[in-house]
Design a protein around this ligand. Structure first.
Ligand code: GYE
Length: 320
């Protein structure tokens, strides 16, 4: 009897152990390779932080690579993720074009790719499973609509200088397009200068200095494709002896904390929101893809617009 019971128990333990193997196997950590653009802006820093903390919360092993704003580094990172046989690759493409070959390599290795923040321009839409991020064209339109309303009593001309984002990047292309689409309805609006400031404060300041040298007091409006460039430009405007947000109306995009601070100091007129907090939805999509569940091809971030008048009230609620 005693012997029998022991046998049964031993049998039971053996069974549990055997059943535990596949269970432990199924719970193996998902490995995500993520290629980030760089650390060019406050937005990007918040985005990186969101991705790292969401991976931790989701129990996903994150292999994180910083491309220092170079496409070649992103391609290298993606190739290394393929060689390491990660479960999913996600990346924020620095520019829209030139990723076709490496995306084909990922597909051939059967590794699903999720695009975050920025889109790629490839013919074969099966090269990526999902794209999550903002509607940059709509952000440009919001900036344009705000300006049209602000200037409705002005006869014009309204001379605008534009600080573009990184050349060839989705947000630079689309924010320009959306803004122009709105302002072209009234010929009083004129973009007199437009140049890239590469989404950084230092470049924003440098290019604004050149704009001021060339156009001086003729400039009525600055449209910057992100807050960092606007903040750099504000310095240039002050150094030129002009009053930002008064002598020159300033519109930018992102609505990061630095922009709210500038608005509360009365130096920036408005910032269109673009949320970098993509981490949690990325981790959800990664889990769904690995589980074989369908994920939406496009996940659009909801966002608003914040004029300086509401900055002090909204500031305590801001998460980035
Ligand atoms: O607006 C800018 C950043 O791709 C939406 O990249 C992002 C942009 C963001 O450097 O600040």
């Amino acid at each position: 009897m005693t012997l029998d019971r022991r046998t049964v128990l031993a049998g039971g333990a053996a069974f549990t152990l055997a059943a535990g193997i596949p269970r432990a196997f199924a719970q193996k950590k998902i490995v995500l390779g993520f290629s980030q653009i760089g650390a060019e802006s406050e937005w990007r820093t918040a985005n990186t932080e969101s991705i790292k903390s969401a991976a931790k919360d989701a129990g996903i092993e994150l292999k994180f690579a910083d491309a220092q704003q170079k496409q070649e580094n992103q391609i290298k990172a993606i190739r290394s993720f393929i060689a390491q046989k990660v479960d999913v690759i996600a990346f924020s493409p620095v520019v829209e074009t030139g990723f076709e070959t490496v995306l084909r390599e990922a597909k051939a290795a059967k590794i699903p790719v999720i695009l975050t923040d920025r889109a790629v321009n490839v013919k074969d839409q099966s090269l990526w499973v999902s794209f999550m991020g903002s509607d940059f064209t709509e952000e440009g339109r919001k900036a344009g609509r705000w300006l049209v309303e602000k200037m409705k009593a002005e006869k014009g001309p309204v001379n605008i200088v534009e600080l573009q984002g990184t050349v060839g990047s989705a947000p630079a292309i689309d924010r320009k397009k959306g803004f122009e689409e709105i302002i072209k309805a009234d010929p009083k609006f004129k973009i007199v200068r437009s140049q890239t400031g590469d989404f950084t404060r230092a470049k924003g300041k440098e290019v604004m200095e050149a704009f001021l040298k060339a156009e001086g007091k003729k400039i009525n409006v600055l449209y910057a494709h992100n807050d960092d460039m606007a903040i750099g430009a504000i310095q240039a405007i002050e150094e030129a002896g002009l009053k930002p947000a008064k002598d020159i109306v300033i519109i930018s995009i992102d609505a990061v904390k630095g922009a709210f601070e500038a608005m509360m100091q009365g130096k920036l007129n408005v910032s269109v929101e673009c949320s970098p907090l993509l981490g949690p939805q990325l981790m959800q999509a990664v889990k769904d893809v690995v589980a074989g569940k369908p994920v939406p091809k496009r996940i659009v971030t909801e966002e608003g617009i914040f004029p300086m008048e509401v900055a002090a009230k909204e500031f305590p609620k801001r998460k980035y």
